[in-house]
Design a protein around this ligand. Sequence first.
Ligand code: HAM
Length: 432
Amino acid sequence: MAQMLSTQPYKGTRDFYPADMKLRNWFFGRIRRALELAAFEEYNGPMLESLDIYIAKSGEEIANEQTYNFTDRGGRRLAVRPEMTPTVARLVAAKMGELNFPLKWFSIPNLYRYERPQRGRLREHWQVNVDIFGCDTYEADLEIISTAVSLMRAFEADESMFRVHINNRRFFNDVIAAIAGTDAEGSRKVSKVVDRRNKVTREAYEKDMAELGVDADKLARIDALYSMSVEEATALCPESRGSQELLELFRALRELGLDKYCVFDFGIIRGLDYYTGTVFEVFDEAPENNRAMFGGGRYDNLVGLFVKNANISGVGFGFGDVTLENFLVTHKLIPDIYASGTKVLVTRFDDVPYARYTALVAEMRENGIESSMYIGQKKFGKQIDYAIRNNYSHIVVMGGSELASGTLKVKNLKTREETEMPIEALVSFLLA
Ligand code: HAM
């Protein structure tokens, strides 16, 4: 016999059966509503992009190690999008003259990254992307961070469950220069070591730092930064524009009462190369969910990849479905999504013409009642089993004898209550 093909999805990807889709649609529905309420507009773009747009700015890890890429039949080098930010920057660049800034945009694309599958990280995920383009002041950073908090609040998450960790790339470069005497390139290399520090041993971290000229004394001063408050840290280089941006942002967060969700964290670098100012990640406070849930920040020159001297800044974040689902499950924030709502199955009997049933279902649907007739010819008991297993709330029973007397029965499958009524009363009964 020929070998059967595997039923497993490709490593690191998931199949979404209807129950899985129901959950995903529920949480993305909440997010979409919260974003639309805050006047963000939805956009989308293609799954395939020129590989070059990732090589240019996303950084080596994403472009060289994590993209799924190939050459098409016309010899073009393409990648399946590993992130959305270069795509949205391209969209903005292409219609720069016509768009009305500041833009408040969002999208929920699926993305592919060749990563080692693990808790919180897969090869395909869906990522809510929220970005503001064309506002250079801290107000856009503030709006983005408060939007991130409001998305968590939309699930009734409170400050004991998650934390926004905030840093600033300009501040990072300046404070490293002040401590270690590095130039821009040297600071960039140090940032890569800091970014990796939780993934390597302490010895490896020290060795990497030493290779960049950071001796034990300088390293101790850098290490001290991880436990400093924003005031203490910025006092080390008060003249830095990054310090001023950080202080301004934290002052505004305090004014809005959002500081209880936020913390300054010198260890937040972000793996992507395009960030220039504020950077942040949101972490689940539950220790088993240790991968970042959101990542984002300000990028001042991504649109400039596509249009010379474009000068349109952006700030935004990405928020993945995998970590969100872990978060919601861990903190028990998923309600019974089948609990509410009426869903009616019309059971069928041979002695009633088919058209009587289709008319009943059509009338319910016209009145906004989710309903179906049982498809096929099974015994009544099997039809009831089917209704229960498919989360119907009610069944309608209209056999030959009921029809003859112009009545039907409605059975509530949760309460087991049965009500007999004239056929014409069905819709108003269900709506009541
Ligand atoms: P990122 O930090 O690479 O940023 O990803 C953002 C979020 O997407 C992560 O915090 C995580 O929730 C989710 N995520 C990323 N990779 C995976 C994966 N392999 N499996 C599951 N979830 C994942 C970006 O992608 C930026 N482009 C975000 C951004 C938007 N910055 C500005 N605007």
